[in-house]
Design a protein around this ligand. Structure first.
Ligand code: RIB
Length: 299
């Protein structure tokens, strides 16, 4: 069983031929809304991968609350841990360029009300051996409390270091499994502009210090990871990306679900990388998350 402790957003998405530079206005060629939020996206990915999933988070009392939760509800995710608070649901303003790359600004709204007590309640409802997934789109003190409480309870923690926050290097050490992109990993390791050799050296060093399982996602180059002293690599699919929003979340959700379902580490990485690739082929974060059968067909 997986509990996701994290954000729930409504994504407001404009597509453009190319992303603007600072201060520049570009013409958009499309607009859409879709359910998003790193926490909610990861929850849906874990569910579509086949897991029992509980979501803990918050939405506001506004017109975005219901659509932000709709796909989670339809997928059968337990939403009892989602509180309704005064004020707006979290929103993300997203620009997607013609090459599939994106820029995102997140306004936390209800996500900003998540507190240490919510962490205590979430972990209190979990059992030893369950998996807790976290990111940094809810306040860091709540994430820290959840990590600490999970350790006491014997819950396995999977922390995605996104979006990058100042406290990421310290909080990153508190999780059993850390998933970071290249930039986030550089911050964790305290070293900029890493080449592949630097990255592997830093992975071995950090793993030697903490014993943690560390996973670095590399976009089109797949993923490199270290667990129990062994470095493992996995590739996704060769694709022409349409929209990369939510691809990292899909990786995280599929990875945690795969481990929870009993796949070995290498197979979990490969399944998650393939799912992340498939998530780049459709628009929108949650609408693009593939079903487990689609992923199985491509492995
Ligand atoms: O990781 C993608 C997500 O980041 C989007 O769904 C958006 O809500 C932001 O949180």
């Amino acid at each position: 069983m997986i509990t996701v402790f994290g954000s729930i957003n409504m994504d407001l998405i404009a597509t453009t031929d190319r992303l603007p530079k600072p201060g520049e206005t570009v013409a958009g060629n499309g607009f859409a809304t879709a359910a998003g939020g790193k926490g909610a996206n990861q929850a849906l990915a874990a569910r579509r991968a086949g897991c029992v999933v509980h979501m803990v988070g918050a939405v506001g009392k506004d017109e975005f609350a219901a659509p932000a939760l709709a796909l989670l509800d339809q997928a059968g995710i337990n939403l009892a841990g989602v509180k309704r608070v005064d004020g707006p649901t979290g929103t993300a303003l997203i620009l997607v360029g013609g090459d599939g790359e994106n820029m995102i600004a997140v306004v936390p709204g209800a996500n900003g009300t998540i507190a240490a007590e919510d962490a205590d309640a979430a972990i209190g409802a979990m059992s030893k051996g369950d998996t807790l997934m976290l990111q940094f789109e809810v306040p860091a003190p709540a994430v820290e409390r959840a990590l600490a409480a999970a350790k006491v309870k014997g819950v396995t923690t999977v922390l995605n270091l996104a979006p990058l926050i100042a406290d990421a290097p310290r909080l990153g050490r508190l999780a059993d499994i850390v998933i970071a992109n290249e930039t986030e990993f550089e911050r964790l390791a305290g070293q900029d502009n890493m080449n592949p050799a630097d990255r592997e050296t830093a992975l071995r060093r950090l793993h030697g210090e903490t014993g943690q399982t560390l996973i670095v996602t590399l976009g089109a180059d797949g993923v490199i990871a270290i667990r129990d002293g062994v470095v493992t690599r996995a590739k996704g699919l060769k694709i022409e990306p349409v929209d990369t929003v939510g691809a990292g979340d899909t990786f995280c959700g599929y990875f945690a679900a795969s481990l929870d379902e009993g796949f070995d580490f290498e197979a979990s990485l490969r399944r998650a990388a393939v799912a992340g690739s498939l998530a780049c082929l459709k628009a929108g974060a949650q609408p693009s998350i593939p079903l487990s059968a689609e992923v199985a067909n491509k492995i």
